[in-house]
Design a protein around this ligand. Structure first.
Ligand SMILES: *Cc1c(COP(=O)(O)O)cnc(C)c1O
Length: 821
């Protein structure tokens, strides 16, 4: 469902101040830092306590944004090409836009609220329902007054279900969220008992949250929280509501749920529709059992097949953003809750912590609390009282505000101003044999503490910085003419970076198309909930079934494959998208010009096939020496494509350029470009390397440092020879990880503590030995294999290959770790 700028007055309160060109709005955004500068995006300027969106209009305009909603007076003459809508209130406008999208959504909307577990219930439900239906879920914890509307914006007609989380912190907020979410089915997860500033009482807090379900027809909740039960029974139109109030305690309840501990998990017995259903789940803690029971009742209510539910349950894991025990170094265990930090969350974490009774020594690492409404005196007094109950061996406070804890807390306490200074301290004073709870607000980046304290199993990881992907995407987009679309090539595991994670990120950056090499790769994307259209470049008849099942669009490049696909899809009721690849000089895949008459008759005989795009591929787009050849390819492409279009009577998308092509041939952009390696920060032409950012960093660690005497040899076949006394480091990466054996004997270099260390001897399967005579280093130190320095392009040059091969060779056993911000 499309919204044109000119139609905003029909949806929102306010008026159009200036309308220059009527765009159809693709995406809305409120944060100027993390967005794609697409001309069809709409920026809503919101004046908050700390930031005022109106200050960023200048910058956004200069980057190509043309659609704005404002609620303050600004000098619009400065922006001659932009459209402005002046709203009474920008947040209301954002909510109204989302409400409009919601009203046009025909699928089932599930709303979730409660004190804890909202995100996990949403993620699990999404995964479970996805086994049968198409599901949309709000990203991360987009559950606030602005998060909810931003997530509703992405509702789409093809989704059968949508799951939206709603969180509130004060009175009257839920009414606004209810008005735009209007959930048909509701889950009220639970109610924390902590005193809450935003509400006069616990009862009132429950009443406010319950308002989300004012108009819902089915509500699932746990009766063991009497406040929740009461609040729901205070709602209007009770007779039209179905309550599924289940209980772990009350055996007279219609929904009395029983659990029994099993090896490695729990069996849950749930009565529903006169039957008992028994499910096995892979966890035992109370919070997880409560969360999964909500999910199971919803699935039973929606009639999902029991077998499918049980199968999918086997894959359900506690979200790693949530409490998770990891093995740390020096016989420690870590409870990683490096995600949010307030008193209620801390309370839950400490409860979990105190159940782990096998440890004598307990350490709590905590950042400043993010709590509003209390003075810091009161807040930290409460914190001190709470943690005093736990008999902790040591408390580490990190942040500016938490230092006030020294006044109230009597136990062992160390304060650090920031995460970095703590990490410095930890280097010298590593913890031993303890259980460590790590709990910090997001901005303190406690992930880095977890990473440091975690036991490295196989110490090689590929770090991928998603913000840099956005940066590179924006760079390439800035080179595109208006309305040119972007297809991103995520073949080969997204150039080694893990395709579904990347695809998921790209989907939120609103790229238009994805492409993979094989049907299986497309299936993986769909199984991870990717909704974008996906082109498959090498469809083979054995995969047609999968194409069909997962809504993937084949590239057809020869008469044979065309006929096969046509036969397979004959009599299909709906048109199916295909992509035609034309031969223009690459001589790899594609229809030859002389086949055009046969191609046309096939197209005519098969009206069930709709040509979504026509494309070709440049053979040497990165080299100026072949400019003439590229121009010829472009001409021949245009000629053949035009001929097909004349014949078809409609216009598919035309596309020709890959990343180096985008850098060098703005005139051949046609309707879409196919971005590949450029997204990862590599410009094969070298022209824009400065403007791009390298997205991935391959890291490993030193396993051992050795001193070698003059004349001794190093490694297999004694290829390394010590000409002088020297120091070597054995690092945990080898050719099986994708570190090419050609890097042997000085050809390859890694960086350790800022200095280059050349490979000595031959690269082994899982290990490599490098020379570190002049580098101060020890076992456990980090080793950079590539990143900014050494960079992928230089590495490729050293062994006479191309960056593409370096990236795609990193083996799957190397763990991928993703970062944002
Ligand atoms: C891989 C591929 C691309 C992307 O190429 P890059 O050089 O990585 O941008 C574009 N088109 C086709 C047909 C491809 O196979």
């Amino acid at each position: 469902m499309k919204i044109a700028f000119s139609s905003l007055p029909n949806i929102l309160k306010g008026e159009i101040y200036q309308l220059r060109k009527d765009y159809t709005i693709e995406n809305i955004f409120i944060d100027s830092r993390n967005t794609v500068f697409d001309i069809k995006n709409l920026f809503i300027a919101i004046k908050g306590e700390r930031h005022d969106g109106h200050f960023f209009i200048d910058e956004l305009y200069s980057k190509g944004i043309r659609n704005f909603i404002i609620d303050q007076e600004i000098e619009i003459n400065n922006y001659p090409e932009a459209n402005f809508f002046k709203a009474n209130d920008s947040i209301n406008a954002l909510q109204a836009l989302a409400g409009y999208k919601r009203n046009n959504f025909k699928g089932n909307l599930i709303g979730i609220t409660g004190s804890n577990g909202k995100t996990i219930v949403k993620e699990w439900l999404g995964k479970l329902i996805e086994a049968v239906y198409s599901v949309y879920r709000s990203p991360r914890s987009y559950n606030s007054q602005v998060g909810v509307p931003l997530s509703l914006w992405h509702l789409n007609h093809y989704q059968d279900y949508a799951i939206i989380e709603a969180g509130i912190s004060k009175m009257r907020e839920m009414e606004k969220l209810q008005a735009i979410i209007k959930p048909k089915i509701g889950i009220f997860t639970n109610l924390g008992t902590a005193h809450d500033e935003g509400f006069p009482s616990l009862e009132e807090k429950a009443n406010q949250k319950a308002l989300l379900f004012k108009d819902s027809s089915t509500i699932i909740f746990c009766k063991d929280f009497p406040e929740i039960s009461n609040a729901l029974h205070n709602l209007p139109k009770l007779e039209e509501k179905e309550f599924i109030g289940w209980s772990f305690e009350d055996n007279t309840s219609n929904y009395f749920v029983e659990t029994e501990e099993r090896y490695n998990g729990t069996a849950i017995r749930i009565p529903f529709d006169d039957h008992f259903h028994i499910f096995q789940v892979p966890f035992q803690d109370y919070a997880s059992l409560e969360n999964i029971t909500h999910c199971l009742l919803l699935l039973l209510h929606e009639g999902l097949p029991i077998k499918v539910i049980q199968n999918t349950l086997n894959d359900i894991k506690p979200l790693n953003m949530r409490l998770e025990t990891k093995k740390g170094k020096n016989s420690t265990y870590l409870v990683d809750d490096s995600y949010n930090n307030d008193l209620v969350g801390l309370d839950t974490a400490l409860q979990f912590f105190s159940q782990q009774k096998q440890f004598q020594k307990r350490i709590l690492i905590l950042s400043d609390l993010l709590e509003t409404g209390l003075t810091s005196e009161v807040l930290y007094q409460q914190l001190a009282d709470r943690i005093a109950l736990e008999q902790l061996s040591l408390v580490i406070g990190i942040g500016k505000e938490i230092s006030i804890l020294e006044k109230f807390y009597e136990g062992d306490l160390k304060i650090f101003p920031d995460t970095i200074s703590f990490l410095e301290y930890e280097k010298e004073n590593a913890f031993q044999e303890a259980l460590i709870l790590i709990k910090g607000a997001r901005k303190f980046n406690f992930e880095s503490i977890v990473q440091r304290l975690e036991q490295k199993i196989h110490g090689t990881i590929l770090e991928i910085d998603l913000n840099k992907i956005t940066h590179n995407l924006n760079f390439y987009r800035s080179r595109l003419k208006p309305n040119v679309k972007t297809m991103v090539m995520v073949k080969a595991f997204a150039y080694g970076s893990s395709s579904h994670e990347i695809a998921n990120w790209l989907e939120f950056q609103n790229v238009d198309y994805l492409a993979v090499a094989y049907a299986d790769e497309g299936v993986v994307l769909r199984q991870h909930g990717i909704q974008l259209p996906i082109m498959v470049m090498n469809p083979d008849p054995r995969s047609f079934e999968l194409l069909h099942q997962y809504n993937l669009e084949p590239e057809l490049y020869s008469l044979t494959i065309f006929k096969d696909y046509a036969n397979y899809t004959r009599n299909h009721p709906r048109p199916l998208n295909i992509h035609l690849k034309l031969e223009t000089g690459m001589h790899r895949l594609g229809f030859e010009p002389r086949e055009s008459e046969l191609l046309k008759s096939l197209l005519k005989e098969n009206p069930q096939l709709k040509v979504a795009s026509i494309f070709s591929h440049l053979a040497a787009s990165d080299e100026a020496a072949h400019n003439g050849f590229s121009a010829q390819q472009a001409m021949s492409f245009k000629k053949s494509a035009d001929e097909i279009i004349d014949f078809l009577g409609y216009r598919p998308l035309l596309h020709l350029l890959n990343s180096p092509g985008i850098s060098r041939f703005p005139d051949y952009q046609f309707d879409m470009v196919r971005l590949g390696i450029g997204l990862y920060g590599v410009d094969p032409t070298g022209l824009y390397s400065e403007q791009l950012q390298s997205v991935s960093k391959l890291k490993t660690v030193i396993s051992q440092v050795k001193h070698i005497r003059k004349g001794e040899t190093i490694g297999y076949a004694r290829k390394g020879v010590a000409n002088e006394d020297m120091k070597t480091a054995t690092i945990s990466i080898g050719y099986a990880d994708g570190f090419n054996r050609k890097f042997s004997q000085g050809i390859g270099k890694v960086v350790i503590n800022g200095k280059a260390a050349p490979v000595i001897g031959n690269v082994c399967m899982d290990m490599t030995i490098v020379e570190v005579t002049h580098i101060d280093c020890k076992a456990g130190d980090e080793v950079i294999v590539f990143g900014d320095d050494p960079n992928i392009s230089d590495m490729a040059k050293a062994i006479d290959t191309i960056p593409y091969e370096i990236l795609t060779n990193i083996s799957e056993r190397v763990k991928r770790v993703f970062y944002t911000e």
